[in-house]
Design a protein around this ligand. Structure first.
Ligand code: PLP
Length: 426
């Protein structure tokens, strides 16, 4: 799945040439960068909180204006009307993750959605109660899983099967995941993987894992917090039962932005699935008849609980329009080059100074590299901050650097590694 091979060169002139040839270079102008001194930061943190698209403020203010001018009539007369505000967002989001529009809905936030999806897709029985997940899953996912397990009367320590790398290794081997499925498959109710793993940057083969899990009769869900807007996903074809993600990381929806949910088509008309419903998930045709019995809307919309927050949606709209213009295949092609270039420059740093934990195969990673440093990582982070370089630090020694293809440049990557190099040699 890797893009065309590029022969990287160490000099700054190469970075400038790559930027000049980059068909997506103008998207950088669509974003607001945090200030640093008289200029702006070199921001490598799009995997944590994406930057603000210039248009976001305009769209948010327009929604505020509609509310002021129209009051409740904004539902029908806003531009766009609030009743339909979520429809194009769902369609745009579906394009980002490779799903059919009816399979995707934008609602709530990630952890809430993970709970809601587990209500529908984690239905343990005494014979099949287990959950297979990464030992290093994001804490919120671990808390949610343990609570759902307890909710059904099972003990997490006997029910959750943690997948860990082999001793001395940093990432999971694909064959070990398949082997765990072979070994425990008949007891597993749900396979839940974070794709991309937030800590190591490892991406999994979603299609192969889903196929293997389905052969064993398990349900499969993915947490795509670090994949949505990063990897080129094909959720419909790969076929997991559900996926959840947030849109404040690579999707630039703003702090606390609405999350996304995918439910595979095969489940959309199954009225027997348990769910925690609300009035906004009722079929639109009968919603306002206010009947006592819930009639789910066809599609993932049938899982929506509440009337949606328009102001949050307005901010997200600005970013999703950019994804539609840039397209995921083009973004991914640039991303593989950008991250490959970062790896190339990191490899040239003095021996023993830094080691990347992230797989070297571009097909097994997204934009970010997790870098483990030996030489006083805390002081190095301070050096980076003083230079206006913003990346993420995981105590005690890991820096995660994410060059994101929408707004980072090859020159950004070159500048970042130049500062590391000066520190390594200083
Ligand atoms: C960022 C992230 C979350 C955060 O959850 P919220 O409910 O959006 O606060 C959860 N899981 C993973 C894997 C993440 O990367």
């Amino acid at each position: 799945m890797s893009g065309e091979a590029v022969r990287f060169e160490p000099g700054e002139a190469f970075a400038r040439r790559m930027d000049a040839e980059d068909p997506l270079r103008s998207f950088r102008e669509e974003f607001l960068f945090p200030v640093h001194g008289d200029g702006h930061e070199l921001y490598l943190l799009g995997n944590s909180l994406g930057l603000q698209p210039r248009k976001a403020k305009e769209y948010v203010l327009a929604a505020m204006e509609d509310w002021a001018r129209l009051g409740v009539d904004g539902h029908f007369k806003g531009s766009p009307p609030w009743m339909e505000f979520h429809v194009p967002l769902g369609e745009q989001m579906a394009r980002v993750v490779g799903a059919r529009p009816e399979e995707v809905v934008v609602m709530n936030t990630l952890t809430v959605n993970l709970h809601l999806m587990m209500v529908s897709f984690y239905r343990p029985t005494p014979e099949r109660s287990k959950i297979l997940m990464e030992a290093s899953a994001f804490p919120s996912d671990q808390y949610a899983v343990a609570a759902q397990v307890r909710h059904h009367g099972y003990a997490p320590e006997r029910t959750v099967i943690p997948l860990a790398p082999r001793p001395g290794e940093e990432t999971l081997r694909h064959e070990d995941i398949l082997e765990a499925l072979e070994r425990h498959g008949k007891e597993i109710a749900l396979v839940l993987l974070g794709n991309v793993n937030y800590l190591t940057g490892q991406a999994f083969d979603m299609a192969a894992i889903t196929r293997a899990a389905h052969r064993q009769g398990c349900r499969v869900g993915f947490d795509l917090a670090h994949a949505a807007g990063n990897l080129k996903l094909s959720l419909h074809e790969d076929g997991p039962d559900f996926a959840v993600w947030c849109s404040y990381k690579y999707l630039n929806g703003g702090p606390g932005a609405l999350g996304g949910v995918f439910i595979h088509e095969r489940h959309l008309r199954d009225a027997s699935l348990h769910r925690l419903p609300g009035w906004w998930g009722n079929d639109r045709r009968t919603r306002f008849q206010m009947k006592p019995d819930f009639e789910p809307a066809p599609g993932a919309e049938g899982w929506v609980l509440s009337n949606p927050p328009i102001i949050q949606m307005a901010a997200l709209r600005a970013s999703l329009e950019l994804f539609d213009r840039a397209t995921m295949p083009a973004l991914r092609a640039k991303s593989e080059k950008l991250t490959g270039y970062l790896e190339f420059l990191i490899d040239r740093l003095p021996e023993g100074f830094v080691r990347s934990l992230t797989p070297r195969d571009p097909g097994q990673r997204g934009a970010h590299l997790s870098l483990r440093f030996t030489k006083d990582p805390q002081r190095m982070l301070e050096t980076l901050r003083a230079e206006g370089i913003h990346c993420d630090f995981r105590y005690p020694d890991i820096i995660r650097a994410a060059p994101v293809p929408l707004y980072n440049s090859f020159l950004d990557v070159h500048r970042f590694v130049s500062v590391l190099e000066r520190y390594a040699r200083g």
